[in-house]
Ligand binder design. Structure first.
Ligand SMILES: [Zn+2]
Length: 418
């Protein structure tokens, strides 16, 4: 690919067409090629799959025990009650209790077959039901380690699931290269990426904690984070050709100052991995500032508190740092009280690279079409403005640039046909 064609493609926007000023509907948004850059495996596993896996693995009593430990009492395995716990997002006051549900889904995913089939199902559903052309799925492998399932097998299972979801949308084609020579190229109608998530945890020296149970908990959490960084960097080397994993993420409750994680991420720096950080989901703008300046975040997950800090928002706009905005999730954790009072409109006005994302399709009872509909309704966006959000989502992905350019070019061609 020549320099000029790369520059042309990098700056090519979808064409404006007659009818683009109309309001989009669900069918239009489904047909529009777009990416979801923020979707968690544990929070997007369908309830039917959860129930199927509990029964297949004989985990009924264990699920009852885990539910009880997390404040959801039940006498025996109760499918209806579990459906409400997992799928009703309106029952939580804050982020902490909202996240406890992951303990349930993560337990049933401590199984190679469950991991592979669930990843494939999430990706398939995204492309077939929501018209997602690029999906970055994220999860924290140390939460899935159990007897007989160790980190390499966990990553392998998820990668296999994602690759099988891509396969039906892949074909070979003869295309001229920049010198005009025809050669075989693989065309992807759907691409996936894997992001490894490390869980935020207390960074205090465990030896200074008097309570032995608390001390052990902190030790274990710090060990898990170190282990996750190792897994991510080793996996990156192992799957170099396929770009799995394509990025690193820090997630979990925002109870700890992000700056403290800096020295934990040096291997991520060495491996030149791109990173996205959950920041400003419940904490204030200082967390977003730390994510960008201390942890060199390429993207910010949520970022709801930026409106307090104009100069930080200016920096984010100037440096094209994508903001993964999850309207439904933020409303459910009461971060933004209601979808309609989200600061995302201010980010759009400032020219930020706003990317609508789902966070957890099952636990937030949403999908990417619903998230685009919320954007269109709240901010009165027309079809072309939705195309620009989709354009942001494709460019914001961590896919390697040599794969990204032809892939996005095909997606923009599809937008031009709409
Ligand atoms: Zn998230």
């Amino acid at each position: 690919m020549s320099f000029t064609s790369i520059m042309e493609q990098k700056h090519r926007l979808p064409k404006k067409k007659r009818g683009d000023c109309q309001k989009p509907n669900e069918d239009y948004l489904r047909a529009m090629p777009k990416g979801d850059l923020h979707r968690h495996l544990g929070g997007s596993m369908s309830f039917e799959r959860f129930d199927h896996e509990v029964r297949r693995q004989g985990l009924e009593s264990e699920i009852v025990r885990i539910a009880g430990e997390n404040g959801f009492q039940m006498d025996a395995y109760d499918k209806d009650k579990l459906h409400t716990i997992i799928c009703d997002p309106g029952q939580f006051e804050t982020l902490g209790p909202y996240l406890t549900r992951f303990k349930l889904t993560e337990r049933v995913l401590m199984d190679r077959q469950a991991l592979r089939e669930t990843s494939e199902e999430i990706a398939r559903s995204a492309v077939e039901n929501e018209g997602v052309r690029y999906l970055e799925l994220r999860f924290s492998p140390t939460n899935y380690i159990c007897d007989g399932l160790w980190s390499k097998k966990i990553i392998e299972a998820v990668v296999e699931g994602l690759c099988s979801a891509e396969d039906p949308f892949k074909h070979e084609k003869m295309e001229p290269d920049w010198r005009g020579y025809k050669r075989h190229v693989v065309k992807y109608g759907f691409r996936t990426g894997l992001i490894i998530s490390g869980m935020k945890c207390s960074m205090v020296d465990p030896e200074t904690i008097a309570d032995p149970i608390e001390r052990q908990k902190i030790k274990q959490a710090q060990f898990n984070l170190r282990e996750t960084v190792d897994i991510a960097t080793v996996a990156k080397k192992y799957y170099q050709e396929h770009h799995f994993p394509i990025g690193f993420d820090l997630c979990g409750a925002e109870d700890f100052p992000l700056k403290a994680f800096k020295h934990y991420l040096y291997k991520i720096d060495d491996a030149k991995m791109q990173r996205t950080i959950h920041a400003g989901e419940s904490a204030n703008h200082a967390a977003i500032s730390a994510a960008i300046y201390d942890l060199s975040a390429n993207r910010i997950g949520h970022g709801t508190k930026l409106y307090f800090h104009q100069s930080l928002l200016d920096y984010i706009v100037a440096n094209s740092i994508a903001l993964e905005v999850c309207l439904s999730s933020n409303a459910h954790t009461n971060t933004t009280t209601r979808r309609s009072v989200t600061p995302a409109g201010m980010y759009l006005d400032a020219g930020a690279k706003v990317v609508p994302c789902t966070d957890n399709t099952t636990m937030d009872n949403t999908d990417l079409i619903q998230e685009y509909m919320h954007f269109a309704n709240i901010f009165e966006l027309n079809r072309y403005q939705c195309k620009l959000l989709a354009w942001n989502s494709l460019w914001g992905g961590f896919l390697h640039i040599k794969d990204k350019l032809p892939f996005i070019s095909d997606c923009i061609d599809m937008m031009d046909q709409m």
